[in-house]
Design a protein around this ligand. Structure first.
Ligand SMILES: NC(=O)c1ccc[n+]([C@@H]2O[C@H](COP(=O)([O-])OP(=O)(O)OC[C@H]3O[C@@H](n4cnc5c(N)ncnc54)[C@H](O)[C@@H]3O)[C@@H](O)[C@H]2O)c1
Ligand SMILES: O=C(O)CC[C@@H](O)C(=O)O
Length: 526
């Protein structure tokens, strides 16, 4: 049973994919509600009200996925979530149209003084001469950040006869030409635009990008819009440039602090504001809720997700192709971890045959997740596998090789420790399943699942019998047994599987037998 906490106001209709799950309990309460047992929560859905910080995450040891019903994830400490192996997803385009429309509405309202004039009429005043507006037609709109919202705004503004100059370092010339906009450097946008609007995410680079220096480059009489994130335009600097009459007006939907409280901008009549309403439409809220609800369900049902912030997206088709290799990679990582009892400084993985054509970095992460599972307290998965290896000083390498050792596909994992190395090779055989075909120099063939015993011994008569006798004396049933050796009378290995885990006493008896070099007990999940 999964417990899903919907902590902010998210469209109930959009949550339908989750509400239809038979094995899920949906709780619609704030994360701070004392009735909510945070320890049990598997999935958390938020808008922007809940601050998903490290402190909250520490109270949610079971949390597997955080879903933001919207674009910006600045209310989520993504790095802290990543460290804990928690997937973070968003709904990247469900509110694009609403926010572009809101920006356009703000622009039109600002240019025609609609909010101010509206208020006077309601106050029973008739000040027709006070509100001389400016047409949009023929004006140059400067768009900083030509992503989803910037693009939709450009389309609408072009329909009003505006010229569009954009600055976005990631916009190609071809795409700009296709959209009918002029791609410029930031200074050109600042100098040439009559109206400037920002549509970037809030990052270290964009924070305060419209500061005093930038404002000093703009035309006298320029107008500004911010319907992206508070802080991209420096509020103090904007207030200064409005105060000296350089900036003719501003329309703001977002603020450095929300709610903004006292703000130097609010004293100006030519500043209009809305309380972060860009995405507040029935359609956008239904879209984003449906998007994240679908994704959370897919994730909980073990399917790939498309809109993860901290996990590479892979399609369902590709995931289905890699699923068996994903499993065996994890199992090999787990076997290494349980057999090599020293610090590891390098793990390298070689892919050959058909598996080499797939998304191998996903498989490398799975092998690391399997390796760390029995070693460290943190939940390691594809989200934090590389980070965890790096933090622990383990170099991770990935290679493709043409030599598949006669198999259609094979994956070889080598772990190097202070004293020893461990090499394991596995393959996935259609209609047969995952098999380990090589262990530390020995060819073998076993299913990497269940309660296993890996014995390194000398190839002498009676060894197998003595092992069997001890197990029989303890009433332990051997489910399967495979042996491998390099040469007659030399070193050999056997891998046995049992229906239940082997006790310490049995292990101690086996270890004392003659001709046994080493014994490793393992539990490998399927
Ligand atoms: N007001 C609201 O309610 C509301 C609703 C939705 C989104 N938003 C915000 O709007 C913004 C844009 O959202 P989007 O969906 O269009 O995002 P997006 O990712 O599609 O577009 C962002 C664009 O900014 C560009 N960019 C990044 N750094 C830049 C820089 N330093 N200079 C210039 N361009 C840069 C990127 O290349 C990208 O094209 C985000 O901040 C988002 O959080 C606000
Ligand atoms: O949840 C909201 O209404 C705001 C959403 C918006 O800021 C976003 O980044 O998607």
């Amino acid at each position: 049973m999964f417990t899903i906490l919907v902590a902010d106001a998210i469209s109930k209709e959009g949550l339908q994919p989750l509400l239809e799950m038979e094995n899920a309990l949906i709780i619609q309460k704030k994360a701070s509600d004392p009735e909510v047992n945070l320890e049990n929560i598997d999935a958390l859905l938020v808008r922007s009200a809940t601050k998903v910080n490290n402190e909250l995450l520490n109270k949610m040891p079971n949390l597997k996925i955080i879903a933001r019903a919207g674009v910006g994830v600045d209310n989520i400490e993504v790095e802290a979530a990543t460290r804990k192996g928690i997937v973070v997803i968003n709904a990247p385009d469900g509110n694009t149209i609403s926010t572009a429309e809101h920006t356009f509405a703000m622009m039109a309202s600002m240019m025609r003084n609609i909010p101010q004039a509206h208020q006077t009429v309601k106050n029973l005043e008739w000040k027709r001469n006070n509100y001389l507006g400016t047409e949009l037609y023929g004006k140059t709109l400067g768009i900083i950040g030509m992503g989803r919202i910037g693009t939709e705004l450009a389309k609408r503004s072009k329909a009003f006869g505006m010229m569009i100059k954009v600055f976005d370092p990631f916009l190609t010339k071809e795409r700009a030409a296709k959209l009918g906009v002029e791609s410029c450097n930031i200074d050109t946008v600042l100098q040439d635009a009559d109206i400037i609007t920002v549509h970037t995410p809030l990052t270290a680079e964009t924070k305060g990008m419209i500061n005093e220096k930038a404002l000093s480059k703009t035309k006298k009489g320029v107008f500004f819009l911010n319907c992206a994130r508070g802080g991209i335009i420096d509020e103090q600097a904007l207030a200064k440039y409005i105060g000296i009459g350089h900036v003719a007006g501003a329309a703001l939907d977002v603020f450095e602090t929300e709610p903004p409280g006292e703000n130097p901008l609010f004293k100006f009549e030519n500043v209009i504001a809305t309380p972060h309403l860009g995405a507040s439409t029935k359609e956008a809220q239904l879209n984003v809720a449906t998007q994240v609800a679908r994704e959370v369900r897919l994730f909980l049902e073990n399917n790939p997700v498309s809109n993860s912030i901290n996990l590479p997206a892979i399609s369902k088709d590709i995931f289905e192709k890699i699923r068996p290799f994903h499993q065996i990679s994890k199992q090999m990582g787990s076997i290494i971890s349980q057999c090599i009892k020293e610090g590891i400084h390098e793990i390298s993985i070689t892919y050959s045959g058909t598996v080499a054509e797939l998304e191998t970095s996903y498989l490398t992460k799975a092998a690391l997740a399997g390796f760390f599972k029995n070693r460290i307290a943190v939940n390691v998965n594809e989200v934090n596998a590389f980070l965890t290896a790096k933090e622990r000083g383990i170099t991770v390498g990935e290679k493709i090789s043409a030599d598949a050792y006669g198999y259609a596909n094979c994956i070889t994992v080598t772990a190097k420790g202070e004293e020893h190395s461990f090499v394991i090779r596995g393959t996935y055989i259609e209609h047969y399943g995952p098999r380990i075909v090589y262990l530390n120099g020995f060819n073998i063939d076993f299913l990497p699942e269940g309660n296993l015993l890996y014995i390194h011994h000398m190839d002498r008569p009676g060894v197998i019998g003595r092992v069997g006798k001890i197990l029989g004396d303890q009433s332990i049933n051997i489910a399967t047994m495979q042996v491998g050796r390099k040469e007659v009378g030399g070193e050999a290995i056997m891998v046995l599987s049992f229906d239940r885990p082997l006790e310490d006493d049995t292990l101690a008896l086996l270890t004392k037998l003659d001709d046994i070099v080493s014994i490793n007990r393992m539990t490998v999940t399927g």
